[in-house]
Design a protein around this ligand. Sequence first.
Ligand code: IMP
Ligand code: MG
Length: 185
Amino acid sequence: MQNYKDVLAEILIEADALQQRVRELGEQISNDYRDTELLLICILRGGVPFMVDLSRNISIPHMMDFMAASSYGVGRRESSGSARVTLDLQTDIRNKNVLLVEDIVDSGHTIAAVLQMLETRQPQSLKVCALLDKPERREAHVPIHYLGFSIPNKFVFGYGLDLDEYYRNLPFVGVVDLNKYKPSE
Ligand code: IMP
Ligand code: MG
């Protein structure tokens, strides 16, 4: 894989700005759920760095669990018209206050599929916290109760978001220069 510097068009959100926003979201969530039991659910794999940092900024007791979903078919960097859950939770969410933590809401199909499945299990509440939102790409209407940043329709990587599974570790969100990126075979 190429060094990220060779495929980076620009840094869209600096590490400091991400950490600042995550602190704010953590405070807001701590306040909103102060008298309840909170369960954070990370959508793998992109939600991992965000959920870890968010959790460290939530001052009330809370639990964590993980699930995964994937889009059906089509190209690697385009999502399709539907998604399915590929890894289920370990936790029974009935009567719990559930907050889904996702890296980005793009078409909206991933969150829509996850919400639809979890709603049938009768949680006390079910809300969405997304680091990024690309509103121009939306196909499925989904609520976002807590949002980090709204971004333009550009392919981004870093802070959980991948370029063909690489660069999730970067502390900032960058825009890929598709003229410089050479996908490996
Ligand atoms: P959806 O289109 O809302 O279902 O989003 C599906 C998934 O596509 C997200 O959870 C991300 O993992 C991924 N994705 C969407 N846009 C980007 C991007 O710009 N960079 C990296 N991954 C993305
Ligand atoms: Mg994702």
